[in-house]
Design a protein around this ligand. Structure first.
Ligand SMILES: Nc1ncnc2c1ncn2[C@@H]1O[C@H](COP(=O)(O)OP(=O)(O)OP(=O)(O)O)[C@@H](O)[C@H]1O
Ligand SMILES: O=P(O)(O)OC[C@H]1O[C@H](OP(=O)(O)OP(=O)(O)O)[C@H](O)[C@@H]1O
Length: 210
């Protein structure tokens, strides 16, 4: 029996949008939204299995070959250290990865040297500040990033901005956009080689729905 193509989907804000595209190309999975706690969903009619993982874990599953294909934000790809192909930009899930700070902070502190930066995205932040040749201290956080400068844990943050509402409500502003992120399809070298036709068809079908 032919092995199913395994697709890693991130649970959370981009899961539903991703599934809309898969539904349109005939890979619908009603079970997934039935309130079930299952993490793996082999389709009945198609040689495809979905698995649901934490957004930041999608690159890891794909890199190690536990999944052939994954969906995740460009921000997640940039933060991961995995070796991945990134053949398709899905366009949705748009957000900016930025340096943000308390309003007016740069008036007195225009440079980055000596800044303490709170972030979930340590690798992205390290690369960004290294590319500027500045010395900063990075503090790893797991959420509520915008809190850090409000309570003296950090001077600035590197975080995601979508609507800007979280920054606004916490008296912060964007100092600099590091890059724009959208959702991508990712895959790995082995799957690209061994399941080439299947993945190429999947990519073409998905691209046809954008
Ligand atoms: N406002 C936003 N906040 C966070 N991510 C966003 C936002 N808008 C779009 N995205 C995109 O959605 C992706 C998934 O975000 P989600 O919040 O579901 O996961 P996460 O924050 O990475 O993980 P977790 O909630 O499990 O810590 C992000 O990697 C990013 O590309
Ligand atoms: O510009 P906005 O539309 O306000 O969105 C940006 C906010 O959303 C994300 O947080 P999330 O909801 O994932 O919370 P967490 O960081 O505490 O996990 C991100 O880290 C920002 O805080």
């Amino acid at each position: 029996m032919k092995k199913n193509l395994v697709i890693a989907l991130p649970k959370g804000r981009i899961q539903e949008e991703s599934m809309k595209i898969f539904e349109k190309i005939g890979f619908g999975c009603r079970d997934m939204f039935s309130g079930s706690r299952k993490l793996i969903f082999p389709l009945q009619e198609q040689p495809v299995t979905f698995m649901i993982v934490r957004a930041q874990d999608v690159p890891t599953y794909v890199h190690h070959g536990a999944a052939d294909v994954g969906i995740c934000g460009k921000d997640t790809i940039e933060e991961s250290t995995c070796d991945l192909y990134e053949p398709l930009d899905l366009g949705f899930g748009g957000c900016d990865v930025v340096v943000a700070e308390p309003k007016g902070y740069s008036t007195e502190n225009p440079g980055y040297n000596g800044t303490i930066v709170g972030t979930k995205m340590v690798n992205v932040a390290e690369r960004f500040f290294a590319s500027k040749g500045v010395d900063v201290e990075i503090i790893k956080l797991y959420g509520s990033i915008e809190l850090a400068p409000l309570v003296g844990l950090a001077h600035r943050v590197v975080d995601i901005v979508e609507t800007g509402e979280t920054l606004r409500q916490n008296g912060l502003e964007v100092k600099e956009v590091i890059f724009r992120s959208t959702c991508r399809v990712i895959t790995n070298r082995n799957s690209m080689k061994n399941r080439h036709a299947q993945i190429e068809k999947l990519l073409a079908d998905m691209a046809g729905q954008l």
